[in-house]
Design a protein around this ligand. Sequence first.
Ligand code: NAD
Length: 292
Amino acid sequence: MRIDGCSALVTGAASGLGLATARSLAAAGAAVVLLDLPGSPGEEAAAALGGRARFVAGDVTRAEDVQAAVDAATALGPLRIVVNCAGIAPGQRTVGRDGPLPLEDFDRVIRINLAGTFNVIRLAAAAIQATDPVGAAGTGADAGAGSGSSAAESSVSNPGGPDGIPAPSAPAGIPERGVIINTASVAAFDGQIGQAAYAASKGGVAAMTLPLAREFAPSLIRVVAIAPGIFDTPLLQGLPESVRESLAASVPHPARLGDPADFAALVRHIVENPMLNGDTIRLDGAIRMPPR
Ligand SMILES: NC(=O)c1ccc[n+]([C@@H]2O[C@H](COP(=O)([O-])OP(=O)(O)OC[C@H]3O[C@@H](n4cnc5c(N)ncnc54)[C@H](O)[C@@H]3O)[C@@H](O)[C@H]2O)c1
């Protein structure tokens, strides 16, 4: 699906992976709504992206806040791209020095990372379902729009490059309504000591990807999750340089921390590649996290 001409909603967009994603989608021609907590630097971030970006202050766990962001995105154009980046990553042992982890602490991580992501998906998917499909005529973001387009009606030749292979960004007659991209974590698969709640929340994000993709397939909406390894975001920027260096060296190749731009590049590819659906993609330089 083409990015230009779409409206996009990015959560957690005032910082880190969400901010890089909002920048990248705006540069590719999308109107972008940045949803982040009140008090976050979201207003400045949106202003830096120019006239087709808007900040909506809100909490992903609150239905009315998310609906306001969905409405703001819909007002800017047909909402087709949703990227869930809002999240928290506290390290908390299940039984620590002060005894068992309070259940409220576990609940909070699940509530923001998993239920918050689902809250955005359910409200945004309803808005995406109300749009006309695109890509049927193979030109422009809204070309060929109109309910009732079918793959058969819309088949179009895509000459592609000199090797005859169509570029994934060139619609090859596949009608689509939108793409929902969620942020899991490698902790979903190799969670460390102290990450029981975080790993459970990200495991939930990974696990709901397929049932959501299956449910939304008839609506021509794809759902994909990204499981980042260790990325250089404000989440890590507070750590001492020596710790950052040792984390970077633990990545097999490339032996560096992930750059938020690497994440944003994958988001763009997922939007543009119509065959990516229903799975969680690790973006981690081959790292497998040790127990601690
Ligand atoms: N940085 C990494 O190494 C890494 C690795 C794996 C997964 N992740 C995941 O990527 C996502 C983004 O992380 P990041 O590194 O960019 O962190 P970050 O702290 O830089 O950004 C997260 C943003 O989410 C916002 N946020 C938090 N709770 C929210 C809520 N309830 N409602 C709305 N916004 C809220 C924060 O204000 C912040 O701007 C998170 O889900 C995180 O778990 C990060």
